[in-house]
Design a protein around this ligand. Structure first.
Ligand code: MF3
Ligand code: CO
Length: 296
């Protein structure tokens, strides 16, 4: 039935940890290494160089991301009122494994399902359940992550079920804009703080708040790796953004206050004021001239 070979999964996790910084750093072109050196000398915060991808790694991450995107397209064609969040999880598991891939969330730090489905006041990490039905008026985030040939990809989208209130529609739209503005700001040699500041400004300008407790992350060789991608912050702070980095941007934007709590299952994050929250996520590659969305 629904179980991936846990040993195999843990094996994948382990081999993805075997490359040391020393093994990666010499692969970087000399011009890039020199440029990073200059920034380091000027006191910039530099992320670990092992997260700068080789061409081979980029090709692998791209393939993984293609499956992840096709999966989200498949979900968008099939999501509808009346199905359960477990039905979505079943679709994710079947689609992923039938493409020779593994759902990254399954067994990840004890997570029990293949994806996260987060409705309305659930900020993220909603655990699929047979008892939870999609209802008219819901706004729902489906967050999927794929391991393919050892490489990781991660993205999420919002879906609107039936007739959704104008205020929820606006939340979903502005949250998507927050992601787009974050992506536009994630330029080579900019700073992670620039990205957070741009997202926070757009959310707050629209009367919303940014969840602080969760962030985007490096992703590709492992599920979660450096840097942390905060969705709030100050320009000119945090890590330098370097060509070859692959990371997610995944703002969680609340209609009400930014505070959250975690349910008794130790996973599910919910707004404290129980007002709706939205999230969109892409994984991007920083290039020499800009960036590329890997999960389109
Ligand atoms: N996709 C989520 C992320 O952005 C992770 C959820 S998987 C879980 O990191 F296992 F951590 F729930
Ligand atoms: Co993520």
């Amino acid at each position: 039935m629904k179980s991936v070979n846990r040993k195999y999964y843990l094996f994948l996790q382990k081999i993805s940890k075997t490359m040391s910084k020393k093994e990666y750093a010499p692969l970087l072109p000399i011009e890039l290494r020199n440029k990073i050196k200059e920034y380091r000398a000027k006191g910039y915060k530099i992320p670990p160089l092992r997260i700068i991808r080789s061409e081979e790694q980029i090709a692998g991450i791209r393939e993984s991301a293609k499956i992840n995107t096709a999966l989200l397209d498949y979900i968008s064609e099939n999501i509808r009122e009346g199905i359960t969040t477990q039905d979505i999880d079943d679709m994710v598991y079947e689609f992923t494994t039938s493409h020779g891939a593994i759902p990254a969330p399954l067994h990840y730090e004890g997570y029990p399902k293949s994806c996260c489905v987060s409705r309305n006041e659930i900020v993220c990490h909603g655990i699929p359940s047979k008892k939870e039905f999609l209802r008219n008026g819901d706004i729902v985030n489906v967050d999927v992550s794929t391991i393919y040939n050892r490489y990781f990809s991660d993205a999420s989208r919002m879906f609107m079920i039936g007739e959704v209130s104008e205020e929820c529609k606006r939340l979903v739209k502005v949250t998507k804009e927050c992601l787009e503005i974050g992506i536009a700001t994630a330029q080579p040699w900019a700073r992670m703080g620039d990205v957070g500041a741009a997202i926070q400004e757009h959310a707050e300008k629209n009367g919303y708040s940014v969840v602080r407790e969760l962030c985007g992350h490096g992703c590709g060789v492992k599920f979660h790796e450096p840097p942390e991608v905060l969705h709030y912050g100050k320009r000119g702070t945090e890590e330098l953004i370097i060509p070859g980095m692959t990371f997610t941007i995944e703002p969680m934007i609340n209609m009400g206050k930014k505070e959250i709590f975690i349910e008794d299952n130790d996973w599910t994050v919910v707004t404290k004021d129980l007002k709706p929250s939205a999230q969109w996520e892409h994984q991007i590659l920083i290039t020499e001239t800009g960036n590329e969305i890997l999960t389109y």
